[in-house]
Design a protein around this ligand. Structure first.
Ligand code: ZN
Length: 168
């Protein structure tokens, strides 16, 4: 089932979601989350974007270099970030029509629980690290447009306001 995507202005996208005590709670939602991500041509999707108040996200296989498939990250955390920063143009299914260059660490060491309930620690670089950080921001109520310069953001003010108003 394709889940409706919440759009900028929706209060669920400004919430910090609490870690799940029972990771298995998210299992039934995984197929719909992945189908919804691909339906909208996304490379990642956080649960709150799909209306689910749970601390997890999915990332599509094309973000990874190691051949793993579409992946689920439950209670994700960043343990360490590289000093090296890189710029990349980001978009977001919840902020349609806007793309902006965002600076983020190129490499991160992360911890999360997999969809099998295993606690894992690993290092992601480049696109995988980029998407992980973007999706983790969502779980903390942060949008990529919160991470651009005040000047760039002020240029987007009207467009963001329009999105917000379409939600009320
Ligand atoms: Zn997003």
């Amino acid at each position: 089932m394709i889940l409706p995507i919440r759009i900028y202005g929706d209060p669920l996208l400004r919430k910090t979601l609490h870690p799940l005590e029972d990771w298995s709670l998210v299992i039934p939602y995984i197929p719909d989350m992945i189908a919804t991500m691909y339906d909208d041509d996304g490379i990642g999707l956080s649960a709150n974007q799909a209306g689910l108040p749970h601390r997890f996200f999915v990332i599509g296989e094309s973000a990874f270099k190691d051949g793993r498939g579409d992946s689920v990250f439950i209670n994700p955390e960043i343990l360490e970030s590289s000093e090296e920063i890189w710029e990349y143009e980001e978009g977001c299914l919840s902020v349609p029509g806007i793309r902006e260059t965002v600076l983020r660490p190129r490499e991160i060491r992360v911890r999360y629980v997999s969809e099998k309930g295993e606690a894992r620690e690993e290092v992601f670089t480049d696109l995988a690290a980029r998407v992980f950080q973007h999706e983790l921001d969502h779980l903390n109520g942060i949008f990529f447009v919160d991470r651009i310069s005040p000047l760039r953001r002020s240029r987007l003010r009207k467009q963001l306001k329009r999105l917000e108003e379409s939600q009320s």
